[in-house]
Design a protein around this ligand. Structure first.
Ligand code: FAD
Length: 94
C-alpha cells in the first residue's frame, strides 16, 4: 500500500497533526501513537511566549524526521504479506 507523503505540514498559522499529516500503511502499526506524540511535541513548542510561526516550523521539522525514520524502518513488504495471507484464506473458504 502506498500512502502519499507530504513534505510540508505547516502553512503560516495552520499545522496538520495525526493522519492528516502522516497517514501510513496500517501494517506499520504506528499511526495512532505518532498522532499522540504530535500533540505532545506541539504542546511543548507552544509556550505562552513562543513565536507561533517558529514553534510550528520546529514542530514540523521534528516530526517529519520521526515520520521518515519509522517508515524507513518498517518492512516494505509488510502490507503485501498481510494481503497474501488474506488471499490464501479467502481461497480456502471458496
Ligand atoms: C487496519 C488498521 C490498523 C491500524 N493499526 C494501528 C496500530 O496497531 N497502531 C497504531 O498506532 N495505529 C494503527 N493504525 C493507524 C491509526 O488508526 C491511525 O493512525 C489513527 O486513527 C489516526 O488518528 P487521527 O486522529 O489522526 O485520524 P482519524 O482517526 O482518521 O480521525 C479523524 C476524525 O476526523 C473526522 N473528520 C473527517 N473529516 C471531518 C470534517 N470535515 N469535519 C469533522 N470531522 C471530520 C473523521 O470522521 C474522524 O473521526 C491502524 C489503521 C488501520 C486502518
Amino acid at each position: 500500500m502506498v500512502v502519499p507523503s507530504l513534505e510540508r505540514w505547516v502553512s503560516s498559522r495552520v499545522a496538520l497533526i495525526g493522519d492528516s499529516a502522516h497517514a501510513m500503511s496500517p501494517h506499520i502499526t504506528a499511526g495512532a501513537s505518532l498522532g499522540v506524540e504530535d500533540v505532545g511535541v506541539l504542546r511543548g513548542k507552544l509556550s505562552p511566549d513562543a513565536d507561533l510561526t517558529t514553534a510550528l516550523k520546529e514542530y514540523e521539522a521534528d516530526r517529519l524526521i520521526t515520520r521518515w525514520t519509522i517508515v524507513k524502518a518498517a518492512p516494505s513488504d509488510g502490507y503485501q504479506g498481510v494481503y497474501q495471507v488474506a488471499q490464501a484464506r479467502a481461497a480456502q473458504e471458496q
